[in-house]
Design a protein around this ligand. Structure first.
Ligand code: CTP
Length: 404
């Protein structure tokens, strides 16, 4: 996660039982290269030790007592000023109320008041406290001042009740931070459409024709777009993956549903990246009822689906509308570069990522990938074998260059 690398993040932790989840959040951020300074309120320190945080961050975790130590008399100013993000997670109703009224009676609220960056709060409390007019008004005040409010989620609460008030999961908070820290990136103001997953063509109500695509490369690309400050619409065939925080997800099943969504979403878009494995054929007929084994024949009659990239190219040519830059993938098991170049030309692409899908350590279904990039102008570049997130970051860097 390059977007988090080297970033100074102040993590405020207040007295909600969800405070234990913040250790995982601090750990994930640290593993991604962020420098996390934790401030615990007194109530938080009753639930969790500052040691838990310093152990995972390798940095100090502060308590109110640090405020009054001689050598750290401007600690709150230092913590408030020298950060790129200031997140309070979990944020209790009490701390939210203090922030709304500008109270500064502990190290966390002092540092928050001194902070030059936008503060984000992730509320966590019982449903009744969350829906109380006082809390709602306080949140509205914070929102009107530009404080970012992430969550809360809905579900099981520590009180045993179910409702709105759960701290967002650490992974979601990381997603919000990525979007926040990436917002001034090279794709700022750009609309990007990414497709992902393998489409499904129904045979009958329970059977489909599909492929082994996991969608991982497309989802990683959507995340990389957000990290680079872009707006992303993720058009996804069925996958088991969670869309990145901040992506607009459009779920589709078939190639023709994907084609419709791509044409609609790319009309005013800057960039289209077709990472989906789109079915080239679909059954000629779809049975309304489940086909019984005694009545099913041994031959399935198929017909061609539309080539989505060719539809996009044709519209661009005829109506001069559509994405400025188009990037495709070529899934090949032989003659990788020659076949990729044919696709680059026939689909009128600006760039194609050629993927040798016969490898077992890269490509379809696995976490790693290895691609060769081929540009319209003849340039060619091999990317080494790396996680799909790394491939996505590299591809997005190249895409940003094309958009300049
Ligand atoms: N693609 C598309 N519409 C299709 C099939 C593929 O837009 N009906 C896109 C893919 O998303 C990818 C590129 O075209 O970006 C190349 O897809 P690939 O499966 O490698 O090749 P095909 O064009 O399907 O050709 P073939 O299966 O013969 O290799």
């Amino acid at each position: 996660m390059k977007v988090l690398s080297g970033k100074r993040i102040v993590l405020g932790v207040t007295g909600s039982i969800a405070a234990y989840k913040s250790v995982e959040l601090a750990s994930t951020l640290t593993k991604s290269g962020a420098l996390v300074d934790t401030i615990l309120t007194e109530a938080a320190s009753k639930l969790i030790s500052p040691l838990s945080f310093s152990a995972v961050t390798g940095r100090r975790a502060y308590l109110d007592s640090n405020l009054w130590q001689q050598e750290e008399h401007v600690l709150h100013v230092e913590l408030g000023e020298r950060n790129q993000a200031f997140l309070i997670a979990p944020a209790t109703a009490n701390t939210i109320a203090k922030l709304a009224h500008g109270l500064a009676d502990n190290l966390l609220t002092l540092a928050a008041l001194a902070s030059r960056t936008n503060i984000a709060v992730a509320p966590a409390m019982d449903g009744g406290m969350y829906s109380h007019p006082a809390t709602q008004e306080n949140l509205a005040v914070l929102g009107s001042r530009g404080v970012l409010i992430w969550g809360p989620g809905t579900g099981h609460l520590a009180s045993g009740l179910s409702g709105k008030g759960r701290l967002l999961e650490p992974g979601d908070l990381v997603g919000h931070l990525r979007q926040l820290l990436g917002k001034d990136g090279p794709l700022q103001g750009k609309k990007v459409v990414v497709t992902a997953g393998g489409t499904e063509e129904p045979i009958d109500p329970v059977r489909v024709l599909s492929n082994r695509s996991s969608g991982k490369q497309g989802y990683a690309l959507a995340q990389a777009v957000l990290d680079a400050g872009g707006e992303v619409v993720l058009i996804s065939a069925p996958t088991c993956l969670k869309p990145p925080v901040g992506a607009t997800l459009i779920q589709v099943r078939t190639a023709s549903e994907m084609a419709r969504a791509v044409l609609a979403e790319t009309e005013g878009a800057d960039l289209l990246i077709m990472a989906a494995a789109v079915a080239d054929f679909r059954p000629q007929t779809r049975s309304e009822q489940k086909i019984k084994k005694d009545e099913g024949g041994q031959t399935l009659a198929l017909e061609r689906t539309d080539d989505i990239l060719q539809l996009v190219a044709a519209r661009k040519k005829e109506q001069s509308c559509g994405p400025r830059i188009v990037i495709g993938f070529a899934a090949e098991t032989e003659d990788l570069l020659a076949n990729a170049r044919i696709k680059l030309e026939s689909k009128d692409l600006d760039l194609i990522a050629a993927n040798d899908v016969s490898r077992s350590d890269a490509g379809i279904g696995v976490d790693q990938n290895q691609v060769t990039l081929l540009w319209k102008d003849g340039r060619i570049k091999d990317l080494e074998l790396m996680p799909k997130s790394g491939i996505a970051e590299a591809l997005i860097r190249e895409a940003a260059e094309l958009l300049v």
